[in-house]
Design a binder for this molecule. Structure first.
Ligand SMILES: [Fe+2]
Ligand SMILES: [Fe+2]
Length: 297
């Protein structure tokens, strides 16, 4: 019985997410960035790093948008409600992409072609065919995206940049639990072999994404001021915590990597990182006006 109760507490029907996304769409137009005062950079290096940071964000938004809309087309005939939920989610990423395009110009940059490593990452991801694999990888991207934005927001003081980071932090904190819902949906009724494949993909992506923190430090650290050790630990903690409250899904993080980074697996289920992926976090972020970005100090 305890197991059943735990399940009820972590799940909401698709209609809940659809209703939330419709409400959020109504509010979208109210959020306009004030780009009147220019940023006072401390150095040209800081500005270059900021342009790299927001270019990485742009690519993540673009990928999220495309994958969500493709999946929406795929499931439209079978499950129109899920299709509309995916479409509205993709639209939010599209809105972020539009804001970031404008914002990159504002900070003296532009949308640049992807680098070799990033390009390979997204090309491989773009080739994924199974819905559950696409959703799992996207969820993991959302998790490291929201972690990076949250940490950057705690450090970046430029008044002209904080509103952009605040929008991204707040919205991605809704997207993480939303994608947990998509994943559960995509996994329902899947064979044991498909689940095993997915668990392996989780482990591989886990290692690749923690390692990606290294490459991102070279390009973005002068802007976001996050050390490699802090970022790698935060990625590991948040990626591990995604499923800490739902052991029945069978996703276990690589234990050696967790130990190396000083993450205590036994405390994950009750951690702040696990709360980020919870339905409660999504409920707090449904209404963009009342969403509070916490734990940033
Ligand atoms: Fe986004
Ligand atoms: Fe997102």
């Amino acid at each position: 019985m305890a197991f059943l109760h735990a399940q009820v507490a972590t799940r909401r029907p698709t209609s809940f997410w659809l209703h939330a996304l419709r409400r959020r769409r109504e509010r979208m137009a109210e959020h306009v960035l004030d780009l009147s005062a220019p940023v006072e950079w401390s150095s040209a290096e800081e500005q270059r790093a900021a342009i790299a940071f927001f270019n990485a964000a742009f690519r993540a938004e673009e990928s999220g948008l495309r994958q969500a809309h493709e999946l929406a087309d795929e499931v439209a005939a079978l499950d129109p409600e899920l299709a509309e939920t995916l479409r509205l989610y993709g639209d939010e990423e599209g809105w972020h992409r539009q804001l970031l395009t404008e914002f990159l110009h504002f900070i003296g940059g532009e949308v640049r072609p992807m680098g070799r490593v990033t390009g390979t990452f997204y090309r491989l991801y773009g080739r994924a065919k199974r819905m559950e694999s696409i959703v799992l990888v996207n969820l993991m991207f959302e998790s490291i995206g929201s972690t990076t934005y949250r940490m950057a927001l705690a450090r970046v003081k430029h008044p002209a940049i904080r509103p952009m980071l605040t929008i991204l932090t707040r919205d991605e904190s809704f997207h993480v639990p939303l994608n947990v819902h998509f994943l559960k949906h995509a996994m329902a009724g899947k064979s044991e072999l498909a689940r095993l494949r997915l668990r392996l993909l989780y482990k591989l992506m886990f290692v690749a994404l923690v390692a990606s923190a290294y490459a991102s430090r070279r390009r973005a650290k002068a802007f976001d001021r996050i050390e490699f050790s802090e970022l790698a630990q935060a990625y590991a903690e948040h990626l591990a915590a995604l499923f800490a409250r739902e052991p029945e899904l069978g996703f276990t993080p690589p234990p050696l990597l967790l130990r190396l980074l000083g993450v205590d697996a036994s405390k994950l289920a009750s951690s702040d990182a696990a709360a980020v992926a919870s339905v409660e976090a999504a409920e707090a972020a449904i209404d963009r006006h009342s969403a509070v970005v916490t734990g940033l100090a």
